[in-house]
Design a protein around this ligand. Structure first.
Ligand code: PLP
Length: 389
């Protein structure tokens, strides 16, 4: 999209403010100083920068870009994706709140709900499998303040009906949050579908080079944006560092080009895997065989590089396959230039496997991130590894 390309390249940048340097500097300053006391006292009115825990000019450029990409009014950047998620929950919920959380959300989000918000903040959480909107409505109670979503979500790339959930939530005055890291703002814009808070882990595609940890929230409600930026982030102190913000800006320059290539490669790899005799199932949001392909087509305009498949064989054989890969590195993240592989559920509990609707065969799952090495290289690597099991 034209607007996206301009956001990635130009939005938020004011070269004349920094000696016409074509790229913005890394503002590595902890504070800003004033000509006189009146200047300091009036900073609220003039919008002047004061102190680096509250706002930083490099961070602000990043925020302007992501807000534009998500078609929101405000974006707020944090030191990690988890810091951003925690801030979203802290901004919306209170002690005693009820949260509805999609079953497949990023594991540590369930960790912080179960390990902190439930025992320490007296909250309650209902997990929802993300499919049946009637079931979602049945989970809503007077205390429900927030719905946490991720779409599509690893490991089985289940998609949630974003517009459907947003509509129900609005009818009940409930705030909605979605982790949009997989699609990036290039391929999915949840704020335009009624979602209140969008989260991106910039450690993945936005950073894109496996060299930063960072997170960002985008909203279209100015008041909520002010709470997130002026209260929650300033009070809890989770702002991203200027160097990381600068690297995220640099990552954004090529985000559209990279995700296009990740998609192209992942599609070719997924098709190769789907036709392989040693594979029983492939989970990729771009495949026509995805059980929710129709829904996905109404809310995503593309797919990125992450997918998973189940090896016809034991968990041990799947593990051996991963160990035999030469180009794919073994690692848990994704979104960077490099291809990665992992057996994410090798040691999962039976309960977790059932939770994901997989059963024992889930232990033989391999998740791969298709990097930028090219489909030919990755398919060749997978071929030789399959021959070893
Ligand atoms: C990595 C990841 C996160 C967490 O991000 P951090 O920056 O590591 O805190 C959240 N959601 C998804 C989908 C992720 O892959």
């Amino acid at each position: 999209m034209r607007e996206d390309r301009l956001a990635l390249t130009h939005v938020g940048e004011h070269q004349s403010d920094y000696l016409n340097a074509v790229t913005p500097p890394v503002f590595l300053n902890s504070l800003h100083i004033f000509e006189d006391m009146d200047g300091y006292l009036n900073n609220g009115k003039t919008g002047a920068y004061v102190y680096g825990r509250v706002a930083n000019p490099t961070v602000h450029i990043l925020e302007e870009k992501v807000a534009a990409l998500e078609q929101g009014c405000t974006a707020v950047a944090f030191a990690s994706g988890m810091a951003a998620t925690s801030a979203a929950i802290l901004a919306v919920c209170k002690a005693g709140s009820h949260i509805i959380c999609m079953r497949d959300v990023y594991g540590p989000v369930k960790g912080i709900l179960n390990g902190y918000f439930i025992p320490k903040m007296n909250m309650t959480v209902s997990y929802w499998d993300g499919r049946d909107l009637g079931e979602l409505e049945g989970l809503i109670c007077d205390e429900t303040d927030m719905i946490l979503l991720e779409s599509p979500a690893t490991f089985v790339f289940c998609a949630v009906d974003i517009r459907g959930v947003a509509k129900i939530a609005k009818e009940h005055g409930i705030r909605t949050y979605i982790d949009n890291t997989y699609c990036t703002p290039i391929y999915q814009k949840p704020l335009t579908m009624g979602i209140d808070i969008v989260m991106h882990t910039m450690s993945k595609y936005i950073g894109g080079h496996s060299d930063i940890i960072g997170g960002i929230l985008a909203v279209k409600d100015e008041e909520l944006g002010n709470v997130l930026k002026g209260n929650i982030r300033a009070w809890f102190g989770g702002i991203i560092g200027p160097m990381e913000a600068w690297l995220a800006i640099r990552g954004l320059r090529t985000l559209n080009l990279r995700v296009e290539r990740h998609q192209q490669t992942a599609m070719a790899v997924a098709e190769f895997l789907e036709s392989h005799p040693k594979v029983t199932r492939v989970f990729y949001s771009g495949l026509a065989s995805h059980p929710q392909a129709e829904l996905i087509g109404t809310q995503q305009t593309g797919h990125t590089g992450l997918l998973s498949f189940i090896v016809k064989g034991t968990a041990e054989q799947a593990k051996n396959l991963v160990d035999s890969l030469k180009v794919f590195e073994i690692g848990c993240s994704w979104g960077g230039f490099e291809s990665l592989a992992l057996c994410p559920l090798y040691a999962a509990s039976g309960e977790e496997l059932d939770f994901l609707g997989l059963g024992e065969e889930g232990r033989s799952m391999i998740r791969i991130h298709c990097g930028l090495e090219g489909a030919d290289v990755l398919i060749e690597d997978l071929k030789q590894a399959f021959e070893r099991i």
